[in-house]
Design a protein around this ligand. Sequence first.
Ligand code: DQA
Length: 148
Amino acid sequence: MTSIMVLNGPNLGRLGSREPDIYGSQTLADIEQGLHKALPTDITLDFRQSDDEATLIGWLHEAADSRTPVIFNPAAFTHYSYALRDACQIVAETGTPLIEVHLSNPHARESFRHTSVISGAARGVIAGFGDQSYHLALSHILTLLERH
Ligand code: DQA
């Protein structure tokens, strides 16, 4: 069965109560549930969250080894984690799609959020559409999978 990984970085486990004016009132579990509803029955979603950089790197290595497409919200690591960038590059080198997503539009926020060290290793970036950022990424990956 084909699987898609959805990886979420630090503090995203606090969605629902964390800065709802920016991130909305949905919890991460709500987002996961919404994505499950949009999935064809022959595709599984492997939805994970960690506040720990090393754990996220391990999951990206797993995605590279198993050629599992990734939807990735690196959260604050977006802006400074070269280690995660390198791990995303390892995924990219296998030809496996990795899409960077953000709930908010970091370019419309504080200047430190205007830089993503991840984007150059991502197939594409979707930001600013709340949970729809995840849905748009999922829709693209499903299109890619149908082409194979
Ligand atoms: C975020 C944007 C980041 O700047 C921030 O650190 C997050 C969430 C987003 O989804 O909008 O934690 O990745």
